[in-house]
Design a protein around this ligand. Sequence first.
Ligand code: PLP
Length: 429
Amino acid sequence: MVDSKHPETLAVHAGYRNDPNTGSVAVPLYQTTSFQFNDTQHAENLFALKELGNIYTRIMNPTNDALEQRLSAIEGGAAALSLASGQSASSYTVMNLCRSGDNFVSSNNLYGGTWNLFANTLKDFGIEVRYADAADPESFRKATDDRTRCYYAETLPNPKLNVFPIKEVADIGRELGVPLIVDNTAAPSICRPLDHGAAVVMYSTTKYLTGNGTSIGGIMIDGGNFDWEANKERFPTLNEPDPSYHGAVWTEAAKPLGPIAYILRARVVLLRDLGACMSPFNAFQTIQGLETMPLRMERHCENGEKVAEYLAKHEKISHAIHPSLQDGEMKRRADAYLSGGYGALVGFELKGGKEAGMKFIDSLKMLYHVANIGDARSLAIHPASTTHSQLSPEEQVQTGVTPGYVRLAIGIEHIDDILADLEQALKAA
Ligand code: PLP
């Protein structure tokens, strides 16, 4: 295995060298549901977790394993688990620690799908989300009690694009014995949340990690840096005997394997029971995209900054949003947690309000009008008429989505072509 700490190298080498049977250099696509056991003893050992190995693709698969090892290496983690979508990754990161009657504290600056999952679906399961103010780390401490199982936040949440104070909140959590989970979907390779004290990182791999817009997927990465046994009563799912696995205690069971109790339980309990596995085909696609992710992110960030600079001076725009344009505490956070660029999400507010926003979108020729982010192609959306249209006007303002707000996810095309399309659409708006 190549020994490197550089994402450019890890993205093409980590977790896989060549196929032991064929020598294949590209990670093979193991499009199979099942793996034949060597003999009955082998099968018994695998089921009893005495030996780790492939049983059934819902639980693990060698193509997915290569992706998991690669992303874990890029993030500086101990082990990872690939899942069917970013949504399943967000769900599992929290459900791996919270049971009915428990609570967790989340940043109030979140992707709308995550907000809904937490505020409604997890609530229906008896898991309470307590929203804290992302701008005020101490609000996480205030919301914590004995039943608080984790903190949750996004590194670079849109539309406000205020970088989350990862270390400040992770430090409070470590003082109180609460792990911080970070959704780093918008900031791969420019931020490594585990370096700043996060315990778990998750991604929608659908976005920059795959980058080609072909495959929905998610991943959760265990930092292996959190002591689940120091406050045993806070983490019953990891420290109490698990009746679904012959009374296994996951912190004990993981000891021979490394500091991976959290991710081991997510795989052998949540994935086994709830079943949101990433298909090997999508893992294969994600591996193809991941090889160029650090390189693409450089261009995404470079283009994002140039677009932000252009928009900030445009006469039809009241203000542009990008970390490169911030000042004060928000800029300090952006500089503390992002390196090598400020990301490629750019927001702006049209003076002409909702009508101008919709006209702008309808006039775009190259940029795609889609709800997604993190594609190699440049993308645009007008949230007030789409993703945020169900919210009341007050909620829209609270979430940072005003009627004339437009979100761009800048791609890797030539900057001149991106600016030319924006210019002609702004003229029409
Ligand atoms: N987290 C963030 C920050 C996202 O932007 C998204 C999707 O837009 C998700 C999670 C959910 O991911 P997926 O669409 O892959 O389920």
